[in-house]
Design a protein around this ligand. Structure first.
Ligand code: 4MI
Length: 405
């Protein structure tokens, strides 16, 4: 040390709005610009610091002590702004409050607990693919017919949700994921449904509303054992209903889009169906269905020479980190032969997606059923995005398929 204080480096600034329609529709150019501008970029529009490089995103994700979640993982800072709903006990909490709900849900959603679902989900997937091919023929919207239909068939059943009102699940998720962004037109468009959809979801979290077999009942049983309080149980059920539907729908859509645009990768999957799981993870890396989350600095925190002030919001670009050329070879390629592990599409650290094994099982059973029956798929028209402040989501995914003989 020379006796001088290391000068605080002022980060580059950008006035881009990552939540405007153009960037949501086509985020890669902004991701590249932010990665290239520096390890930390100040976004003047929102007065937040953005991380778009893999190393810095990874660092923030694993350092929950300095990058907290309890002040909200959206733009809204819960220290000053009232959250739109009771904060999640998982997503919007830190240790020690986070630990009990996390432990309970981790056990319920762990691979051994999911084993009994595999056979059922495989036959549902096979029946679904058969009926789509029989009834719709060679061309159909793979978003609606497969990517949405399959999770909507298996996941609510696994939770133990009753049959009525399931059409509310995707709109509720869409609203919740929009709510992590700024109060822009996407948020305003759903403002008139917040009360109705929230009431429906909250009612579904009650013990009486849930079957006595599923994930929901197991959450309530954990409360009976004293692993959770009875006040916490419905909120943990709510996490399943918020995080478990739109994410998998658009993760599956991303996977089908990847294959429809990479026929040689579909051929490889048909030759080696055991690649189904890695294919899903590679699609999650390549498309990053959850594009962004925020953290809040618990202290003045210096990242690569830039100091983010205590209480400041940090925007982590998971999608940009997942295509950082400093971390990934040929990052823009969808490639089943790479090892996508280490991607941050499911997050990293103590908050890493607790439902990822559920998502992988859905993907594996659906892709396996499809790969057995279809030997080629391609786009049959221009796919359309559905814009959301957090999710990289789809409005339609027209495909043409050829049946395997
Ligand atoms: C990563 S997506 C997500 C996770 C958890 C919750 C919502 C969304 C929640 O409500 O706990």
């Amino acid at each position: 040390m020379t006796g001088t204080t290391a000068a605080a480096v002022l980060p580059p600034t950008s006035d881009a709005d990552p939540f405007d329609a153009a960037h949501l529709e086509h985020p890669e150019p902004l991701h590249r610009a932010l990665r290239e501008a520096g390890p930390v970029v100040h976004l003047s529009r929102y007065d937040v610091h953005a991380l778009a490089r893999y190393d810095e995103v990874h660092t923030a994700l694993v350092d929950w002590q300095r990058f907290q979640s309890a002040a909200g993982v959206g733009l809204a800072n819960f220290r000053h702004e009232k959250p739109w709903r009771t904060p999640s006990l998982l997503l919007e909490a830190d240790p020690p409050h986070h630990d009990a709900p996390r432990r309970v849900l981790r056990e319920i959603l762990a691979p051994p607990a999911l084993r009994r679902l595999r056979d059922t989900w495989s036959s549902v997937a096979e029946g679904l693919v058969d009926s789509v091919l029989a009834e719709r023929g060679a061309e159909f919207d793979a978003l609606e017919a497969l990517a949405a239909a399959f999770p909507l068939r298996v996941f609510p059943d696994a939770v133990g949700l009753g049959p009525d009102g399931r059409e509310n699940l995707l709109p509720y998720g869409n609203m919740a994921f929009n709510a992590f962004g700024p109060r822009n037109d996407l948020v305003k468009a759903d403002a008139d449904r917040v009360a109705e959809l929230s009431a429906w979801v909250n009612d579904r979290c009650a013990r009486e509303a849930l079957g006595d077999e599923g994930f929901g009942a197991r959450i309530w049983a954990a409360a009976d054992r004293g692993d959770l309080t009875h006040e916490q149980a419905p909120l943990v059920v709510r996490s399943l209903l918020t995080a478990g539907v739109d994410t998998t729908v658009h993760g599956l859509a991303a996977t089908l889009y990847a294959f429809a645009t990479h026929p040689e990768q579909w051929r490889l999957l048909r030759e080696r169906p055991e690649l189904a799981r890695v294919a899903f993870d590679e699609a999650v890396r390549w498309q990053s269905p959850v594009q962004t989350f925020f953290r809040t600095a618990t202290t003045d925190v210096t990242i690569a020479g830039t100091t983010v002030p205590e209480g400041g919001k940090i925007l982590m670009f998971l999608g940009a980190a997942n295509r950082d050329p400093a971390r990934w070879q040929d990052p823009d390629r969808f490639d089943l032969t790479r090892d996508p592990s280490g991607h941050v599409g499911f997050g990293m650290g103590i908050h890493q997606c607790v439902g990822q094994h559920v998502a992988r099982l859905e993907a594996e059973t659906l892709l396996t059923a499809l790969a057995r029956r279809v030997d080629h798929l391609e786009l049959a028209g221009e796919p359309r995005r559905h814009l959301n402040n957090t999710l990289r989501s789809w409005a339609s995914l027209p495909v043409r398929v050829r049946r395997a003989r």
